[in-house]
Structures are given as structure tokens and as C-alpha cells.
Design a protein around this ligand. Structure first.
Ligand code: TPP
Ligand code: MG
Length: 335
């Protein structure tokens, strides 16, 4: 099955191009845009863990290691499309345009943080595993009836593929040829359960066969490969050709949540080696170094981090001065 579903890759771990087919997509502007988003969400993620460790927010769910998967997929969407994230996909939501201030308030347990994002169709991160897949299909079907031309993208993990809702979502999407992309991030674990103990199939992409839709396996640490694979799947969906299942093979470098200790169930030394060789942000930096894009970018990086930390700090200070809004207002602010 690994041969039938080879890993689609454009940039290898040393930052060299491994496929010449998509040269026109890898413009300097695209590189900068993707790098900006990856760095931005990584900084946010670090801040989230740090705020939780200081007792200033509740549980936080880190996505450290999955930045290429989340940015590559979210940036491939059009403004009017619908994003259905899980609890781990706030990186994707931020890259698509979610409000950072509201998102911080969400982690702070504040009602205002649960309001829909301004201007973008971003659903709340689904805590129940896979229940949002049928919802994403339903919204995609509604958009078809309205001739709106928008698609849905549903994010979910490897563990979610063992849930009935995963199969119901794929079956319904395929049967109605709904404009939806099923974007799986296979990070190897469902909390402490390794993927090879959870299922007997070698890949997640092959599960598409049962529903007669395309299944793609992509290197989830390669932001270009993810971007191209999702863009193509979105185009298929928008052109009435139905859903695609994408398996983005990635790694969660951190804990499942701030309430988890991964050293209890996986080899930390091996994890460090994987992190050193596969880190998606470093891979893009190596690509930039190899293509004379590094000096400018390095400057940009410093500026962005300084700016971002300042703005995160200001937002955090505003928490307590926010006036809580009544629940009824939350209900009226719907799509
Ligand atoms: C329906 C349901 N069953 C169980 C849980 C408990 N739970 C929370 S996270 C998780 C693991 C999910 O793993 P995966 O789908 O691989 O996503 P990841 O956390 O790795 O991003 C489980 C079983 C839940 N939230 N919802
Ligand atoms: Mg997982």
C-alpha cells in the first residue's frame, strides 16, 4: 500500500527540491507568505504553552511539529470556504484568518473566545473526535444548493479514522459528490495509542478506496507539498468532482495537551532525532538558504517575532478588562 500511495514531496529534509513539477508555484512571494504563517503560528503555540505553565490559561493543545500541514492546507483555501478544525488546528484557523485575540480568550475559558471568527467561516474546534466530518459534508452540500462555489475542509487525526463519524462523513460526501476535502493529519498517535496498534491498514489514504474517492499521501513536514495537494483537492471539489481524502504524514513534537506527559509512552531520544531532521520550519529555512532568500527573511523573521510577542502580550493584558457578553449575544452571532 505504501507503493500504491507514495509520499508526495516537493522539498526534501535538506531543503532541496525533490520534484521539479511545481516550480511555477514556488515563487519568492509564496515562500515568504508560507514562512510568515509558519513562524507566526509557532510563536503563538509557544506562547500558549508558556501561558498555561504560568497558570494564566487553562489546558492548551500544542500543534508544535504540525505547522507545515496546518499552514499549507489553510493557505490553499479561498476566503469564502469553510474550515472545520479539531482542538489541535488553531494553527490552521489562524493561518486562514481567525482572530488571535478571540482565540486567546477561548483558551482563557472566556465566552467571547467562543464567538465565530469575524469575516471567515471557521467553526469551533471539535473536541469530540470526528463528529464534525458529517457537518462539513452537510455545509458543503448546502453551498452546492446555493451555487455559492465554496468548499469545506475537515481536519482530523489518525485516531479519528476509527470513529463511525469518519466513515459516515466519507460515505455521505462521496455519495452526494459534495465539495469537501477530508484533511487527515497522521501524527502517529491518538494520545498514547500508536497508529500501528490502532488500525491494521498501512496507510490512511487507502481508506478512500472504500468510498471510491481519490486518496493522497503527502509529506506533512513539507509545506509546499501540502499546499499543492490541498489546492488540487479543493479545485476538484469546486469543479463538481467531489471529495478527496488527504493523509498528511506529520509528527506531534510536543505533548498531546498540557495535561499529558509523552515520555510515558514514546522514546524521547528518538523524538528529538526526528525533530532535528524533520522540523518543518527549519526545512523551509534550509530551502531559503539554498535559494538565496535567507538574509532578507532572517530580518523579517526577527521583526515578526518581536511584533507578534508584543501584540500577544497586549492582548493578554486586555483579558481582564473585557466585559463579558451575554450568552444570548453569542447565539445571535451565527453564520
Ligand atoms: C468521541 C470521542 N472519543 C474519545 C475522545 C477522547 N480523545 C481526545 S483526543 C483523542 C485522540 C485523538 O487522536 P487523533 O485523532 O489522532 O488526533 P490528535 O490528538 O493526534 O491530533 C481521544 C481519543 C474524544 N475527545 N471524543
Ligand atoms: Mg493523532
Amino acid at each position: 500500500m505504501m507503493e500504491k500511495y507514495p509520499l508526495f514531496q516537493i522539498i526534501d529534509k535538506n531543503g532541496h527540491i525533490s520534484s521539479d513539477d511545481y516550480q511555477t508555484e514556488i515563487t519568492e512571494e509564496n515562500v515568504k507568505w508560507l514562512y510568515y504563517h509558519m513562524l507566526r503560528i509557532r510563536t503563538y503555540d509557544r506562547k500558549g504553552v508558556s501561558l498555561q505553565r504560568q497558570g494564566r490559561i487553562g489546558t492548551y493543545v500544542p500543534f508544535y511539529g504540525q505547522e507545515a500541514s496546518q499552514v499549507g492546507s489553510a493557505v490553499a483555501m479561498n476566503d469564502g470556504d469553510w474550515l472545520f478544525p479539531t482542538y489541535r488546528d488553531h494553527g490552521a484557523s489562524l493561518a486562514f484568518g481567525a482572530d488571535m485575540d478571540r482565540m486567546l480568550m477561548h483558551w482563557n475559558g472566556r465566552l467571547e473566545g467562543c464567538l465565530p471568527s469575524r469575516n471567515k467561516h471557521i467553526m469551533p474546534g471539535s473536541i469530540p473526535i470526528a463528529t464534525h466530518l458529517p457537518h462539513a459534508v452537510g455545509v458543503a452540500m448546502a453551498e452546492t444548493y446555493k451555487n455559492a462555489g465554496n468548499v469545506s475542509i475537515a481536519y482530523f487525526g489518525d485516531g479519528a479514522t476509527s470513529e463511525g463519524d469518519f466513515h459516515e462523513g466519507l460515505n455521505m460526501g462521496s455519495t452526494f459528490s459534495a465539495p469537501v476535502v477530508f484533511f487527515n493529519q497522521n501524527n502517529g498517535f491518538a494520545i498514547s495509542m500508536p497508529v500501528e496498534k490502532q488500525m491494521n491498514s498501512e496507510t490512511i489514504a487507502q481508506k478512500a478506496e472504500a468510498y471510491d474517492i481519490p486518496g493522497i499521501r503527502v509529506d506533512g513536514m513539507d509545506v509546499f507539498a501540502v499546499y499543492i495537494a490541498v489546492k488540487e483537492a479543493i479545485n476538484r471539489a469546486r469543479n463538481g468532482k467531489g471529495p478527496t481524502l488527504i493523509e498528511s504524514v506529520t509528527w506531534r513534537f510536543g505533548a498531546h495537551t498540557t495535561a499529558d506527559d509523552p515520555s510515558k509512552y514514546r522514546d524521547q531520544e528518538q523524538m528529538e532525532q526526528i525533530q532535528n531532521s524533520l522540523d518543518p520550519v527549519s526545512r523551509l529555512e534550509r530551502y531559503m538558504q539554498n535559494h538565496d532568500l535567507w538574509d532578507n527573511e532572517r530580518l523579517l523573521k526577527c521583526k515578526q517575532i518581536k511584533w507578534l510577542l508584543k501584540s500577544l502580550h497586549q492582548q493578554e493584558e486586555q483579558y481582564n478588562s473585557f466585559i463579558s457578553i451575554p450568552v444570548i449575544q453569542c447565539q445571535s452571532e451565527r453564520y
